[in-house]
Ligand binder design. Sequence first.
Ligand SMILES: Nc1ncnc2c1ncn2[C@@H]1O[C@H](COP(=O)(O)OP(=O)(O)OP(=O)(O)O)[C@@H](O)[C@H]1O
Ligand SMILES: O=C(O)c1ccc[n+]([C@@H]2O[C@H](COP(=O)([O-])O)[C@@H](O)[C@H]2O)c1
Length: 195
Amino acid sequence: MAAPGMRIGLLGGSFDPAHEAHREISLTALKRLGLDQVWWLVTPGNPLKDVSRLPGVAARVADAEKIARHPRIKVTGFDGGTGSGYTVDLLLALKRRFPGVHFVWLMGADNLAGLHRWRAWPEIFGLVPIAVLDRPGYRLRPARAKPRTASRPITWDETDALALPLLEPPAWTILSRQLSGLSSTALRETVAKSG
Ligand SMILES: Nc1ncnc2c1ncn2[C@@H]1O[C@H](COP(=O)(O)OP(=O)(O)OP(=O)(O)O)[C@@H](O)[C@H]1O
Ligand SMILES: O=C(O)c1ccc[n+]([C@@H]2O[C@H](COP(=O)([O-])O)[C@@H](O)[C@H]2O)c1
C-alpha cells in the first residue's frame, strides 16, 4: 500500500456521507503537493461531534469508494487500532506502521479554525506537515486561528507547496482553490427533507 519515500496525503473525515468536494480537494492536493496517493481515513467518530447517529465505518467506507473514483485515492477505515478518532493517535500509529513514508495531513479550513480544540494539537503540528484546503465561509478564519499564531514561523507560501511533504514538521500551508460549498451536513438535510 505504501513504500518508503512515497508522499501520501491523509484526509481524515466522518464522510457521512462522502461527496464530490472530498474528491475535488484530494485532486487539488495530489497535484499541488506532488502526492503519490491520498488516503481517505474514515474515522470511527469525530470526538467533537455527536456520533450517536453515525453509520458504521464499513458502510461509510463502501459509500466513499463510490465517490473516490480515482486510482490514487484510497479509502480506508484504518484507525491504527485506536478506535478513538483522535488524530494524534492515528498519526502516531501511521508513522509507526509506515516508516519512511512522507505523510501530509489534509483538512478543510473549517477544521483549521477549530484545531485548537483537538487533543494535543501542538503535537499534531510536530508530527506531519499540514495542508489546509480553502472552504467557503472559512477563507479568512485561518488567519485568526490559534494554530497560525503558534506556528507563524513555519507557515509556507502555497507557491512552495510542492516542497511541503518533504519538510520537517512543523510546517503548514493553505491551498486556495475554486471553492465548493458541498457539505455532508447539507446532503443529509436534503435526504431527510426528500424522505
Ligand atoms: N466543500 C469543502 N471544501 C473544503 N474542504 C472540505 C469540504 N467538504 C469537506 N471538506 C473537508 O474534508 C474533510 C472531511 O470532511 P467531512 O467528512 O467532515 O465532511 P463535511 O462536509 O465537512 O461534513 P459536515 O458538513 O458534517 O461538517 C474535513 O477536513 C473537511 O474540512
Ligand atoms: O483529535 C481530535 O481531537 C479531533 C477532533 C476533531 C476531529 N478530529 C478528526 O478530524 C477529521 C475531520 O473530522 P470531520 O468530522 O470534520 O470530517 C477526522 O479524522 C476526525 O476524527 C480529531
